[in-house]
Design a protein around this ligand. Structure first.
Ligand code: DMJ
Length: 552
């Protein structure tokens, strides 16, 4: 469970149950924080600036007083003092900068939340332009996806209101078809992580209820789950046009189901998802560890063979191989073996460099033909590679992570809005003018998290402040081109047209669940805030604990 008080400047402690046990000192600190938080951003910056000024003046007078006392000019001491002064000044500036950035993320969250609250409360997604909402499953998707982000950011009032909605209005006893994967990563993952952060049983009870309602998806001839489940009726089915499931979807629900089994001591969840991994582990049709994008629910075989991507429909298969291995205490060898083999496959078949600037990217393979196309989704990979290297995997994984991180950064930087397109193509010829080509159909931006997610991992492991600066530029661009007056942020149609980016009127739940959370963690100086040695983030950025003992 997350400790109630942290070093973080911006965060507050939220848990009602925790706060009851606080001693007076803690109460006093809390009320100071409340007062501090009630001040405007300008007032706070002014106070901090004055404090900084006082400190500098203090240091300056200390230097001249000591010189005076000594009664003579003492150049070395003067030098030392001015060095200390310089150090103090840069420390103060750094602190101010990091407070400003964290505050900017919280402001962005509050603005997004205001739109959701005013026009979409309890519904799945905000449509910020038309000031209305969109429904996908009818389960308050944005609200649940955002719960742990609010907790982490210390947004106490917002969290309390959302919790009341979960308590009073959230019901899974609904005749509705939900997508197994999306519901697992966003809702089940969000409830489980909120339970861990708060210790509040409400979230575990809701998670149990949802988990048991998702289980009919696994009743297939092959044990490969169907894509859709009716959580009210207890029936499941594939999409209307096929009996296939998407590979990433059936192999990226494991962290959540395994954790549910651990918490409930009910093995059925873990058994169901482990069976999928065991089947996929043994399945023929892989290409040096790379997997096709579909799998049949009747016979359990890969379909549409010969197409390999790290993007849509396959991405989180690779991510969850590594993360399950970490979650289980690095004991499940099949997972590690599949991950290591897959990364070798990526290096051998999919990694190339652009002609003009030698940017490293991950393309796709279609029936032995290389396609220099990379989805923004692939930008999860630098972070995952870095996480693997941090956990003892080969050092060249980190080298590749550094190179790919640069490319994902360039996918933002080279666009006129400073925002990445959904898909980039890369030039292979040195004579080509630019490295990144964007086709008209790929120019949209959905407020996706993958690049800031990777920046967070890269900063945590290298402490190289350039990753924070890149993230800061991205946040400014989101604010400039996707922020909607009155509340909310919107996906846009064209990242190449700063004059007319074309709002799409949709704020995806992952903008609050993932994108803003990773911005906050990137700018936070508290390395113990969700330490990567204690937590593993699911593919929707919901932190789950690394298990204290290996799985049985
Ligand atoms: C999220 O739902 C998850 O990150 C998923 O793994 C991929 N797609 C979106 C964000 O882009």
């Amino acid at each position: 469970m997350y400790p109630p008080s942290r070093k973080d400047f911006i965060s507050l402690t939220l848990s009602d149950s925790h706060s009851q046990t606080y001693n007076n000192g803690k109460h006093r600190r809390q009320s100071c924080w409340r007062k501090w938080k009630q001040l405007s951003r300008l007032q706070r910056s002014l106070i901090l600036f004055l404090l900084a000024l006082l400190l500098i003046l203090g240091l300056l007078s200390y230097g001249s007083i000591t010189e005076h006392w000594r009664g003579k000019h003492f150049p070395l001491h003067a030098k030392l003092t001015s060095h200390t002064q310089r150090q103090s000044l840069s420390l103060i500036l750094m602190v101010l900068l990091f407070i400003e950035r964290l505050e900017a993320v919280c402001d962005a969250f509050r603005h997004a939340w205001k739109g959701y609250k005013d026009y979409a409360w309890g519904h799945d997604e905000l449509k910020p332009i038309s000031k209305s909402f969109g429904e996908w499953f009818g389960l308050g998707l944005t609200l649940i996806d955002a719960l742990d982000t609010m907790w982490i950011m210390g947004l106490k009032e917002e969290f309390a209101e959302a919790k009341t909605w979960v308590e009073k209005d959230l019901s899974f006893n609904k005749n509705v078809d939900v997508n197994l994967f999306e519901t697992t990563i966003r809702i089940l993952g969000g409830l489980l992580s909120t339970y861990h952060l708060t210790g509040d049983q409400l979230f575990l009870e809701k998670a149990k209820d949802l988990g048991s309602r998702l289980m009919p998806a696994f009743k297939t001839p092959s044990k490969i789950p169907f894509s859709d489940v009716n959580i009210g009726k207890g029936t499941a089915h594939p999409p209307r046009w096929t009996s296939d499931s998407t590979l990433a979807e059936v192999t990226s629900i494991q962290l959540e189901f395994r954790e549910l089994s651990r918490l409930t001591q009910d093995p059925q969840y873990q058994e169901a998802v482990n069976e999928v991994m065991t089947l996929v582990h043994k399945l023929p049709g892989k290409h040096d560890g790379l997997v096709p994008m579909f799998i049949n629910t009747n016979n359990g075989q890969f379909t549409h063979k010969g197409v390999f991507t790290l993007g849509a429909r396959a991405d989180s298969y690779y991510e969850y191989l590594l993360k399950q291995w970490i979650q289980g205490g690095k004991t499940e060898d099949n997972l590690l073996e599949d991950y290591l083999q897959a990364i070798e496959g990526v290096k051998k078949h999919l990694v190339r460099q652009t002609g003009p600037s030698k940017l490293t990217f991950v393309g796709e393979l279609s029936h032995n033909r290389f396609n220099p196309k990379m989805d923004h989704l692939v930008c999860f990979l630098p972070g995952t590679l870095a996480l693997g290297a941090h956990n003892g995997l080969p050092g060249d994984h980190m080298d590749l992570a550094v190179q790919l991180m640069e490319t994902c950064h360039q996918m933002y930087k080279q666009m006129e809005t400073g925002l990445s397109p959904e898909i980039a193509h890369f030039s292979l010829q040195a004579s080509d003018g630019s490295d990144v080509i964007v086709k008209p159909a790929d120019r949209h931006n959905l407020l996706r998290p993958e690049t800031v997610e990777s920046l967070f991992y890269m900063y945590r492991f290298t402490k190289d402040t350039k990753y924070r600066d890149w993230g800061w530029d991205m946040l400014q661009s989101f604010n400039k081109y996707t922020k909607v007056s009155g509340g909310g942020y919107t996906s846009i149609n064209n990242v190449r047209d700063p004059l007319s980016p074309g709002p799409r009127d949709k704020m995806e739940s992952f903008f609050l669940g993932e994108t803003l959370k990773y911005f906050y963690l990137l700018f936070s100086d508290d390395m113990e805030l969700l330490s990567l040695d204690k937590y593993v983030f699911n593919t929707e950025a919901h932190p789950l604990p690394i298990w204290p003992s290996p799985p049985k």
